[in-house]
Design a protein around this ligand. Structure first.
Ligand code: SF4
Ligand code: SF4
Length: 413
């Protein structure tokens, strides 16, 4: 697996491609790093954490999140004091595994592959589009991605929804749909297909965290496309989440709130105050879509997503190069996973002549015999309030202490 790697060139034909890539240095030996996190604690430099949408701080030497693959720390060269100013290096003696290596250089590699799957994900809606919704003018106007990080139990606020302006819990939250989607003003004439469902999910999670909060979703159409997806909308309505078919024209700071001006489907003009406004941002093509197209020779459609055929949605104009996920067009996680399976199937077809070759046999540790004493570890997850509001997690954890074979127990996020 090559991460932190850029595609430089692609030559050849199906079944026999040569791919040139450049791997950027992590400045940490991935095999030696145990992901203990000690280096991060000692690193003196801080910067905004892009993984948390700038809602928290991180340090140049870090891992984006605990489940990242590979589970290895890396150093951000744009922020590291040594890589910018040749000073510091505090992390080097701290690391007991001697994993930090500032001598690492970018490495160019040539790989021989039979097929190529392009799956670079999606890009963000531009700042210009967000500014039309007053984003940046008031701290309590947030994007749905920021709101997602806020409501996530493992996020910077541990799931607590707070107004950025003064830290109070918002009493009234408005979601505005189709921000950067179905909008010719920003050349995005397409539906991003995921925003209605994620807005409903985020609204319900916010409601779980604070049953008193009043939530209104302003929409053009609710497009809960997908098998039984509309039941989520019905469930949201049944717990009091309000859906208003309207076009929001303006968001203005008013006292310590935000005043929404909107026109309804019935042709009336309304004004309504909210404590927080969430912009349900759509999905754009990946930022480097044109570069990928130049290198691979695949065509893009008018919205800069990979051009593919309606009845062969994964194949591109270049034989042997297939596409999967949001680069083929906006889609949710289950659909992306489905496409990934299909893309793997197509690629496997191109590799059929090579099947059974180049197999690497791994040596695994000897299995314990069934006469050995079992050693059981119990890890109880409370998942913010998602589980801990229903189950007494500490009691569950303590209850296993004297169970046969249990040698370790803990509870965690
Ligand atoms: S680089 Fe060293 S100190 Fe940092 S997480 Fe890896 S092993 Fe731990
Ligand atoms: S050398 Fe860079 S990564 Fe290491 S502690 Fe200093 S600032 Fe942090």
């Amino acid at each position: 697996m090559l991460t932190n790697t850029d595609l430089l060139a692609l030559d050849g034909k199906p079944g026999d491609f040569t791919v040139k890539v450049r791997q950027r240095p992590r400045y940490i030996d991935a095999d030696a790093c145990t992901a203990c996190g000690l280096c991060t604690q000692y690193c003196p430099k801080h910067h905004l954490d892009p993984y948390n949408e700038g809602l928290s701080l991180t340090r140049p030497i870090h891992i984006d999140y605990a489940q990242a693959v590979p589970a290895t720390y890396y150093i951000d060269p744009s922020s590291c004091l040594y890589l910018q100013h040749e000073t510091c290096q505090i992390c080097v003696p701290v690391c007991q595994s001697h994993a930090i290596n500032f001598e690492q250089q970018p490495e160019e590699l040539e790989l021989n592959v039979g097929a190529v799957i392009l799956s670079p994900g999606f890009g963000k809606i531009s700042e210009e589009t967000l500014k039309k919704f007053s984003y940046g003018k008031h701290p309590d106007i947030v994007t749905s991605v920021e709101f997602e990080r806020m409501t996530t139990a493992s996020g910077p606020f541990l799931g607590e929804v707070k107004c950025f302006s003064d830290g109070r819990h918002p009493g009234r939250i408005a979601f505005i749909q189709c921000v950067g989607s179905r909008d010719l003003g920003c050349d995005n004439g397409y539906c991003s297909s995921v925003c209605c469902m994620y807005a409903i999910k985020e609204a319900m999670v916010a409601r779980e965290h604070d049953p008193e909060v009043e939530i209104t979703i302003f929409y053009m159409d609710i497009r809960t496309q997908g098998k039984e997806f509309d039941k989520a909308r019905q469930r949201a309505e049944s717990i009091g989440i309000r859906f208003v078919r309207a076009k929001v024209g303006d968001i203005t700071p008013w006292r310590n709130q935000l005043q929404l001006t909107y026109s309804t489907f019935a042709g009336t003009h309304e004004f309504e105050p909210f404590d927080m406004v969430v912009l349900s941002v759509g999905l754009e093509s990946p930022r480097d879509a044109s570069g990928i197209s130049d290198i691979t020779g695949i065509e893009l459609n008018k919205y800069n997503f990979a051009k593919s055929d309606t009845f062969n949605p994964l194949t591109t104009n270049r034989e042997g190069v297939v596409v999967a996920g949001a680069f083929q067009g906006p889609k949710d996680i289950p659909e992306s996973v489905t496409q990934a399976s299909a893309a793997a199937g197509l690629a496997a077809g191109l590799l059929k002549k090579q099947r059974g070759q180049g197999i690497v046999h791994k040596d695994y540790p000897q299995e314990k015999s069934d006469t050995d004493e079992p050693r059981i570890g119990v890890f109880v997850c409370h998942c913010g309030i998602n589980i801990s509001s229903v189950v007494d997690v500490h009691k569950v954890e303590n209850s296993v202490e004297n169970m046969e074979g249990v040698v370790y127990h803990t509870d965690s996020l």
